[in-house]
Write a protein of this length. Structure first.
Lengths: 697, 155, 128
């Protein structure tokens, strides 16, 4: 690896190290007393410093060094921990991340930021003069010990494989004349054998029955012979014994306890955490095991160019489509299908599906890294707004397509800043209303009915609807006489031009409008909705489209078109009587489903495929789930079948269509649209009029 | 990559010439991805009348626009021999439904005249130039104007 | 064969960058027989199966740290005399005392130049 490549590797590794540092710092802040937590944070910062040193990134090295020194003092209990210290740690951690980014981008940073962070650390830490011994040695003096290389290299480690043989003769073995001792002797001839006897089943002398077998043996054999040769030993005896032969890894050498250390002159308290693990113990100390259990070598991962994954996803998608087309073509061909062909096609279908799911799962990642980044946003936003707030996250392991995760960062950041800035009340006001001084912002993710729901809620003052309405009127967004439902008022926030100039915040000079957030989400094919309770808080819900490539769909017929409904959203299908349909309000219909009235929608008219619902249409109703737990009844003309479909996005070449989630390609090559049941119910879906041809402009 | 709308290029342009609704049009060949036969598109809800629907183009879902209708002319009759010109418009792919491709010409930029000053907005919006050739008037289409605006194209 | 060709080395460090910085020097020295490992315990296991002349190891690692690895080497039959160079970005007296008592052969501070690493290795195995 050239120096240049290594530098790239360094910055990539820094990402992981910063994540580890961040997690550790949050655990400390949350009150973790596990010494391994501090160790982990120390190591992360230390590793960053080490790499930075190799590439002469002076600013980064200097700051990391100061940071690691304070961390070392905490590790060695030379400094007592306190909340101010953790606060200083978090700020220092943020600053370290900034320095890494600056080093990577070749940008200069403001030295005063480093100075501030260091001052905060020193103040919180207190100590200036650590005991002499534990102070870092900047120029260690060590007399090297030469190796006598003329000695031959020790004999290479044990050759051959390790097997574990568990042998327990049954009662019949005695009659058959099998002698366990003989068997074990034969095993011993194959290599190095060590045996343990299990005599636990042996009764006392009075109960002993010479015709019964009570003993068992476990033998570890290191041999160059094959498994077959070992099994051969038991050829005659195996029917009369319980026998298990398995290959095992070479046993790790047990470490005997460490002899007493020569202690440095001064205080005996200078014991660093690692040393205490190896201190003489009456029981064999397993120095190999770390106390906190955070030993597990990190999960093996590889980094892959996302373009390669995208190409793979596309090709696999094609595979699934063509497999479906092949099936259909064979069916249409009128050939007699042999059972073999049938089976083959079936297998092909299964395998295609499995490949597709595997490939898509490569791109699906937990939202955790994204959510983790939001903690810092909350810290900074609350500092700037002079409030205290904390972020709670839920469902961080929910998986979302990687491309979507990246594009969610900006909208989430805006939403969180707004929540802290405008959602949470000032501290005095909170106390007045009996709330805790510290505001709580909750960010959660979950899979629901084939979509991903991300909610952000604050426990602030809720939307001041009167004020919002006033602002909208004054900006000419709604007529003064407009009569709006609370929910409609809430949605005014999404109108472009709503950003209130009067609400200038320290953060960005002006609040980032919710209209920007809404269009960012729409660009992902998702939608965002808002709900608020005055005095209690506001919740924003982002609903993102299907991220998996293959969907179980129910193909339905509407107005001569084939459409697809996600099976995961379907509750049941019905053939209701005409009497079960009732009109309500102006032009709306509900369906009586066993006593509950469910809104009824004619998919054909809702999508603009036909003008009116003819009497013979829509005889079949599919009951589906909506995002908000309610259900919806969809009238379709017929149900075709249920099948797996490959999801194709529409946004790329066309844009978002209300009520439509995506599209798919059917076995005959034609396109079928995939419905988004929740979106179909939105009033705006039906009111959106067809765009006028340009000629009329 | 050369911008298809770059008329400052002093060299000749390669143009695909075609006919629809009894008129002749042309497109810069660089924006043409392929030319294919007609496939019945799947309808799109609430789509403008000139958007026929979407088809499957090797795995991508591509909208089909009846060019005649888009220009305010009567939509062309459904005919198996209609042709779809698949074009790249910025980052999007769209198919133009036309009657037939007639020619591929190399025209020096000097021969492209500005659109005559006529009353119709349509003409000025969609047609960026005209070429006189063998007694025909070939209208050069500005494809960037063809896709539906606002609710259709962007989020 | 020259000493360089016979020398078998194991590099142990939990970060890829640090491993890379050391192996860069080994490549420059034209030493070919080296392995790398990112975990102390795994390194110990590997060396027990297949001994090396010299281990160059980081100190601060999760699980078994550098001196823990050294202790493991010194107390395992057959590989007690394995050479050991401790690499660290932060040295203190306790660490050095422990290293001395475990018989580490040499130590080096990060960041190091390739000449410094060369000298450090040569002090243990002789001229390369």
């Amino acid at each position: 690896m050239s120096s240049i490549d290594l530098k790239d590797v360094f910055f990539v590794e820094c990402e992981d190290l910063l994540v580890a540092m961040d997690e550790g710092l949050r655990e400390l802040e949350a009150g973790s007393t596990d010494p391994e937590t501090v160790n982990a944070v120390f190591r992360a910062v230390h590793s960053i410093k080490g790499g930075a040193g190799a590439f002469a990134l002076a600013d980064l090295v200097n700051f990391a060094h100061k940071f690691e020194t304070v961390l070392d003092d905490v590790r060695a209990s030379r400094i007592e921990t306190n909340p101010t210290l953790f606060g200083a740690f978090l700020v220092a951690g943020d600053h370290l991340a900034d320095l890494v980014a600056a080093a990577r981008d070749g940008v200069q940073t403001d030295p005063s930021a480093s100075e501030k962070a260091i001052a905060a650390l020193n103040m919180a830490g207190g100590q200036d003069d650590a005991p002499a011994d534990s102070v870092e040695i900047s120029a260690p003096v060590f007399a090297p010990l030469a190796l006598d290389l003329d000695l031959p290299l020790p004999v290479t480690g044990p050759e051959g494989r390790n097997f574990r043989i568990a042998l327990k003769p049954k009662d019949s073995a005695i009659n058959a004349g099998h002698d366990a001792a003989l068997l074990l002797q034969q095993l011993a001839e194959l290599g190095t054998l060590s045996t343990t006897i299990d005599a636990s089943a042996l009764p006392d002398a009075t109960a002993f029955d010479p015709n019964k077998s009570y003993l068992g043996w476990t033998a570890d054999l290191l041999t160059e012979h094959s498994l077959a040769e070992i099994e051969e030993v038991f050829d005659f005896a195996k029917d009369d014994c319980e026998l298990d032969i398995s290959e095992i890894e070479a046993p790790v050498p047990d470490l005997p306890p460490l002899p007493d250390l020569v202690e440095p002159q001064d205080t005996a308290e200078n014991v660093i955490a690692e040393v205490s693990e190896l201190a003489p113990q009456p029981v064999k100390a397993e120095a190999a095991k770390s106390k906190s259990g955070s030993t597990a070598a990190p999960r093996q991962t590889i980094r892959v160019d996302i373009e390669r994954v995208d190409r793979l996803v596309d090709v696999v998608g094609e595979l699934v489509i063509h497999q479906a087309m092949l099936s259909e073509a064979i069916e249409q061909s009128g050939l007699r299908i042999e059972a073999e062909v049938e089976r083959g096609l079936d297998q092909l279908r299964q395998l295609s599906r499995q490949i597709q799911e595997s490939v898509m799962s490569i791109r699906a990642q937990p939202v955790k890294p994204l959510f983790d980044r939001m903690h810092r946003i909350v810290r900074e936003a609350s500092a700037a707004a002079n409030k205290t707030a904390r972020l709670i996250t839920e469902g961080e392991m929910t998986e979302v397509d990687k491309t979507i995760i990246e594009r969610l960062a900006d909208p989430l950041t805006h939403m969180i800043r707004n929540a802290v800035d405008h959602g949470l009340e000032k501290m005095e006001k909170r106390l007045e209303s009996g709330k805790s001084e510290e505001g709580v912002v909750t960010l959660s993710a979950a899979h629901r009915s084939g979509r991903v729901l991300i909610t952000l809620s604050d426990d602030g003052g809720g939307i001041d609807r009167d004020r919002v309405k006033q602002v909208a009127i004054s900006k000419g967004l709604i007529p003064a006489s407009a009569d709006l439902t609370p929910s409609e008022i809430d949605n005014l926030l999404f109108l472009p031009g709503f950003s209130t100039a009067s609400e200038v915040s320290n953060l960005s000079g002006r609040g980032v409008g919710m209209d920007v957030v809404k269009s960012e989400i729409a660009g992902l094919g998702g939608r965002v909705s808002i709900a608020s309770v005055r005095g209690e808080g506001t919740t924003l819900t982002i609903s993102l489209p299907l991220t998996l490539a293959v969907l179980d769909g129910m193909v339905v017929e509407v107005s001569g078109q084939l459409l697809v409904l996600p099976v995961s959203s379907i509750i049941e299908t019905l053939r209701p009587e005409a009497e079960a349909k009732h009109s309500i309000g102006t032009g709306d219909t509900v369906l009586d489903v066993r006593g509950t009235f469910v809104p009824l929608i004619d998919v054909g008219t809702r999508l603009g495929f036909r003008e009116v619902t003819a009497s013979d249409c829509g005889s079949i109703v599919v009951l589906v789930e909506r995002d908000d737990d309610d259900c919806l009844a969809l009238m379709v003309d017929g149900i075709r079948d249920q099948r797996q479909v490959v999801i194709k996005g529409l946004e790329g070449n066309y844009g978002h269509i209300p009520g439509i989630a995506a599209a798919t390609v059917l076995g005959d090559g034609s396109v079928a649209l995939i419905l988004d049941p929740s979106d179909l119910a939105n009033p705006s879906s039906s009111q959106r009029s067809a765009l006028q041809p340009v000629a009329a402009e | 990559m050369r911008n298809p709308n770059d008329t400052a290029d002093p060299d000749t342009q390669e143009l695909v010439v075609f006919k629809t609704a009894d008129q002749d049009f042309c497109l810069d060949i660089l924006s043409v991805r392929e030319i294919r036969g007609w496939t019945r598109p799947a309808s799109l809800p609430h789509a403008p009348s000139y958007v026929q629907g979407v088809i499957n183009l090797r795995g991508s879902v591509v909208p089909i626009i009846d060019l005649a209708s888009r220009l305010g002319l009567p939509p062309i009759a459904a005919n198996d021999r209609n042709v779809i010109i698949v074009t790249t418009i910025g980052t999007q792919i769209a198919g133009l439904l036309i009657e037939a491709v007639t020619d591929i010409l190399s025209i020096p930029a000097s021969e492209i005249q500005p659109t005559p000053d006529v009353a119709s907005d349509t003409a000025r919006t969609f047609i960026r130039g005209v070429i006189a050739k063998e007694k025909r008037l070939i209208r050069q289409i500005d494809i960037t104007q063809l896709l539906p605006k606002a609710g259709g194209a962007a989020a | 064969m020259s000493r360089k060709d016979q020398l078998r080395i194991m590099v142990v460090d939990d970060t890829a960058v640090s491993r890379g910085l050391i192996t860069q020097v080994l490549d420059w020295l034209r030493i070919e027989n080296y392995q790398t490992c990112n975990d102390g315990k795994e390194a110990l296991q590997a060396i027990s199966q297949s001994p090396v002349h010299l281990v160059i190891s980081d100190y601060y690692m999760p699980g078994l740290d550098g001196l823990g690895l050294l202790h493991g080497l010194r107390t395992t039959k057959g590989i007690e005399r394995t050479g050991f160079i401790l690499v660290t970005g932060r040295a203190d007296e306790t660490m050095m005392a422990k290293g001395r008592s475990l018989g580490m052969n040499n130590m080096i501070l990060k960041p190091f130049t390739k000449e410094q690493m060369k000298t450090c290795i040569e002090q243990v195995v002789g001229p390369l």
